[in-house]
Design a protein. Structure first.
Length: 304
């Protein structure tokens, strides 16, 4: 096997080194690492199923065949785009380690993921969700604060779970958020979110603190840092209670961005708030607003 790796050890050894590369050198999120390692596992299985016993057989034909099989299996365009990106990262990694004489990933075309308009709540629906009455127990106070923060800031669910108590600046009403690539940014929020946070921190969080709780802002019922699955369940439950369209935390992120643009915010400010590296990523929200503008035009203009 190229690089001195024996055939029987190739998959395990290569995957372990690739995972280490993603974690330590590229500093990717745990979610992205899991996805990429899973993709490469599937690629190596495809390589073996095609009758190849050596990693040096990984060429552009194998890559295209693998992606073609994914397409035939009905994988979404977003999945194909991610797997194409993963293949490029993997072949570049193998080439640098001397396992591949050339980098076949450079010959792969760019897979377009497509951009469907994200589902969002309208302002009346958002108001209904955030105005829900509850029993005022710790869980209700936490869930209300979670919904207010997600809508007020548009932060990602992973970013919310990573918040510590000291990340909240109450005087400036801002959050210190650690985003993708460990990039830190400051995100403002409004008074309703501040009031919800204060209620949780004063009347809710202290009742759930246990030995070893640590500085996490949002806790689970056992006193540990809240996890993403719990946040998603909270969002789905609150939306269902308000009889609003069902969406996850990312839907509230879309909603926050859309409402800011509809309220007159400039695109650069929304980009900064959301933590987008590229303005092109933020521009999808302008299409949401334009779509609503067209709908209003058709309903109201005498010559629509």
């Amino acid at each position: 096997m190229t690089g001195g790796i024996e055939s029987g050890e190739t998959a395990e050894a290569v995957l372990s080194l690739f995972e280490r590369h993603l974690r330590l050198e590229r500093d990717l999120s745990a979610h992205t690492i899991r996805a990429y390692v899973g993709d490469v596992t599937a690629l190596l299985e495809h390589l073996q199923a095609a009758g190849h016993t050596g990693l040096d057989a990984l060429d552009i034909t194998v890559l295209r065949d693998w992606l073609g099989d994914q397409h035939q299996a009905g994988r979404s365009r977003a999945t194909l785009a991610r797997r194409t990106a993963c293949a490029r990262v993997f072949t570049a990694f193998c080439h640098r380690r001397g396992w591949l004489a050339a980098d076949p990933g450079l010959l792969l075309g760019t897979a377009k993921s497509g951009r469907s308009l994200p589902a969002v709540l309208d302002q009346s629906e958002a108001e209904a969700v955030l105005s829900l009455d509850g029993p005022g127990d710790p869980k209700d106070l936490r869930d209300r604060a979670i919904m207010e923060i997600l809508y007020a800031t548009g932060i990602r669910v992973g970013e919310l779970c990573g918040l510590d108590v000291d990340d909240v600046d109450r005087e400036r009403t801002t959050l210190r958020v650690l985003g993708k690539g460990r990039k830190e940014r400051t995100v403002p929020f409004g008074l309703p979110a501040l009031h919800a946070l204060d209620a949780w921190c004063v009347r809710g969080r202290p009742l759930w603190i246990r030995d070893g709780t640590g500085p996490a802002l949002f806790l689970g019922v056992r006193g540990g840092r809240i996890d993403q699955g719990t946040v998603r369940r909270v969002v789905h439950a609150r939306l269902a209670q308000a009889e609003a369209p069902d969406m996850g935390p990312h839907g509230l992120r879309h909603t926050a961005a859309t409402h800011m643009l509809e309220g007159g915010a400039d695109l650069r400010s929304v980009q900064e708030m959301l933590g987008h590296a590229s303005l092109a990523t933020t521009q999808v929200y302008t299409h949401v607003s334009i779509d609503r503008l067209r709908s209003a035009y058709r309903q109201a203009h005498p010559r629509a």
